[in-house]
Design a protein. Structure first.
Ligand code: AMP
Length: 546
């Protein structure tokens, strides 16, 4: 017997319609590429999204055709989120930090028909437009009078001229909720990048889940600053969850440096901010010497790479801000776990709580996970046994775009799981902790050393700005860890002092064999440390002990 409830598809147009009807006067504030602040409301977003949909119809774009963006976090990008997907097309957010050749490769692979870009990225578009065979329309996300003449880009039109004169009424089409809504390419550190193709259903379910109190706890009383880019897994789904809840959105535009982020937080009464650790490091480095405090910020969600304990401490002790450590992936929309305490943990000492808060957290309803050893046997949830982390759920990929490379593995019961490539432990309370990417784990004498643990200790030293631990070949132990360190400006620490700093903080055999001081650690297009590149840079390095 089937239930007798209405079968309404979960569509992204429903989110923006809801925002329009129920919190239309909620604010969306953006720092524009031009440098000024733009301010309007959720009803304005809805109205202009409908104009975008009309403009796409006017271009005769077909159902599921791809519309690409090369854009910062801002209001026009938000309108494309809803106008493109809502009208049945697929929004393809491209990471502008990729090499132009990679951008062209991705646009061709996705078969993008339209490419909308912020003026910052005009030089990229000038370099690649002749290589993007499928793109028929180029839209510069600016006012009509800001469009430069003679760009060399055929039929280039300004966003405002393109959509501004369109009708503001539009009947959102109703279709299968499993229809593709947006796509995002993985970083592709090995081989060509592959795309996760999200659906209206997966995006809406993820938006619901992300707003839950033990996830990102997003409400109509929040003002949210997503520093995480809208080209990085849909800014972790925040634009959709904000439309669903009526939270105020504050977009930093191109200003990701500490000063700009701090000013946006203070000027707009931001209560909640989201980003990768490198962004928060820049913010803290700006605030501390200037003696600045937050007046409204209550919590930050930090994910994308492991959050060092020193950062959680600094936010909590120096600024009274709670850190939510989160784990996710492009392939899982991206949220998998978020670290929040349970009732029984509230009476624990600060140190005991800290041990938990450092973990990547508990699974969100909708994400099933387990850890398995090399033979595929499930490992116990005791916080000690580690294994490959497998996940499954309604916002986890079933396949890559164009069916490239089966992303799933079967377990012993024949069930499909997505292998994350991360190695993790899960404790009895369900808190998952990543020990490493499987390819970054250091295997020393048959034992595994977590590079994340080694890095966390290094960055707790007051003179250390950044640290990356990699394994280097060793004749006796196979591999031994070394740590590459960037010192804070004007700070001093010697190799010996730093190695002594490890004493008592980890097992002796896990202490790195050497410290290599470097000017910078290579950072990838999504703000994460690029260990592959670091290994390349240190390829001639020889261990003193080897
Ligand atoms: P991406 O798909 O580019 O977002 O990368 C996903 C990968 O980033 C995951 O598989 C993890 O290796 C890493 N990652 C994401 N969040 C965290 C976290 N909180 N701690 C450690 N690693 C993380």
């Amino acid at each position: 017997m089937l239930g007798l409830m209405q079968d309404q598809p979960l569509l992204i147009s429903g989110l923006i319609d809801f925002a329009d009807k129920h919190h239309g006067d909620g604010e969306v504030v953006s720092r524009r590429v031009e440098g000024d602040i733009h301010r309007y409301t959720w009803s304005d977003v809805a109205r202009r999204s409908r104009q975008v949909a009309n403009a796409l119809d006017g271009m005769k774009l077909g159902f599921s055709d791809r519309v690409a963006t090369l854009a910062w976090n801002g209001y026009r990008h938000l309108e494309l989120y809803f106008g493109v997907s809502g009208s049945g097309r697929v929004l393809h957010t491209i990471n502008p930090r990729l090499h132009p050749e990679q951008i062209a490769w991705i646009a061709n692979h996705a078969e993008d028909q339209v490419l909308c870009f912020d003026m910052t990225f005009l030089p990229i578009v000038q370099a690649i437009h002749s290589k993007c065979a499928t793109v028929k329309h180029w839209v510069a996300m600016c006012d009509a009078d800001k469009l430069p003449a003679d760009t060399g880009i055929p039929n280039l039109i300004s966003y405002e001229a393109w959509m501004g004169s369109q009708s503001t009424s539009y009947q959102w089409p109703v279709f299968d909720e499993n229809t593709a809504s947006s796509m995002c390419y993985t970083s592709g550190t090995t081989g060509n990048p592959k795309a996760a193709l999200y659906s209206h259903r997966s995006t809406t379910l993820h938006a619901y889940a992300a707003a839950l109190p033990d996830v990102m706890c997003i409400s109509a009383r929040d003002a949210i600053l997503p520093v995480v880019p809208m080209f990085h897994v849909n800014a972790w789904g925040i634009p959709y969850s904000a439309a669903l809840t009526g939270a105020k959105l504050v977009f930093p535009g191109p200003g990701m440096d500490g000063k700009s982020v701090y000013e946006m937080i203070e000027n707009e009464g931001v209560t909640y901010a989201a980003g990768v650790p490198t962004v928060w490091q820049m913010l803290l480095t700006y605030m501390k010497p200037n003696g600045l405090k937050f007046s409204t910020l209550k919590r930050t969600v930090i994910g994308g790479s492991a959050c060092p304990p020193a950062m959680i401490d600094a936010f909590r002790d120096d600024f009274g801000v709670d850190v939510l450590h989160a784990w996710g992936m492009t392939e899982i929309s991206p949220l998998g776990t978020v670290c929040t305490l349970k009732n029984k943990h509230l009476t624990l000492s600060k140190d005991e709580q800290m041990k938990l808060l450092l973990k990547q957290g508990r699974a969100i309803y909708g994400v099933d996970m387990k850890i398995v050893n090399d033979a595929g046997d499930e490992q116990p949830h005791d916080g000690k046994a580690y294994g490959d982390l497998l996940v499954r759920g309604p916002w986890v990929v079933a396949n890559y775009y164009k069916g490239e490379g089966n992303p799933l593995v079967k377990d012993k019961d024949g069930q499909n799981w997505f292998p994350t490539g991360d190695v993790a432990t899960i404790d009895a309370d369900g808190f998952m902790q990543i020990t490493d990417r499987s390819k970054d784990v250091i295997k020393s004498g048959g034992e595994w050393i977590s590079s994340i643990d080694i890095e966390n200790i290094a960055v707790a030293h007051p003179a250390v700005a950044m640290a990356a631990c990699i394994g280097v070949p060793h004749p006796k132990w196979d591999e031994r860890p070394i740590v590459a360190v960037v010192k804070k400006p004007d700070a001093q620490v010697s190799r010996e002092e730093l190695l002594a700093f490890y004493e008592g903080k980890t097992a002796k055999w896990q202490i790195p064999d050497d410290v290599v001081f470097v000017d910078a650690i290579p950072i990838g297009a999504t703000g994460k440390m690029l260990k592959t590149k670091l290994r390349e840079q240190l390829k001639d390095y020889k261990l003193p002990s080897a």
